[in-house]
Design a protein. Structure first.
Length: 134
């Protein structure tokens, strides 16, 4: 039986783990953050054609929001606008991957705050909700 979660030793020869693309390469898994709402979010880098002749490819970040209890399943998502534009898919993916982890975390918190109308959820509310659901 194969385990879903495996711990692999980081391979620092694969990139700079302080960037979103480097982290994924070094650790062989997507980065994940706790949002300001107390939920866990995994990071997916998305590159797609924009339809714009001047910048054919655009890249944005999709943050998948995960449930807290029971089976780990997505509960929603937030996504950025295009963060990079390029003439090729490879260039857009490279540029997107060079964004620092700190900038990605800041972006996540901004998107969560926008979705919640600027109300950040204190940690004690999240803990109280978890104890009620148990």
């Amino acid at each position: 039986m194969k385990s879903h979660a495996q711990h692999r030793q980081p391979d620092h020869s694969k990139g700079d783990e302080s960037t979103i693309g480097g982290y994924s390469a070094v650790h062989d898994r997507p980065a994940a953050f706790e949002g300001s709402d107390g939920y866990s979010y995994s990071v997916e880098l998305i590159v797609e054609e924009t339809g714009d002749a001047e910048a054919v490819w655009g890249g944005f970040i999709l943050f998948v929001k995960w449930g807290r209890l029971g089976a780990q399943s997505p509960e929603g998502h937030v996504e950025s606008d295009y963060l990079v534009h390029a003439d090729t898919e490879a260039d857009a993916r490279t540029q997107l991957g060079q964004i620092s982890l700190a900038a990605v975390k800041t972006l996540l918190d901004q998107l969560v705050a926008e979705r919640s109308g600027g109300r950040e959820r204190p940690w004690w509310d999240a803990m109280r909700d978890e104890s009620v659901e148990s």
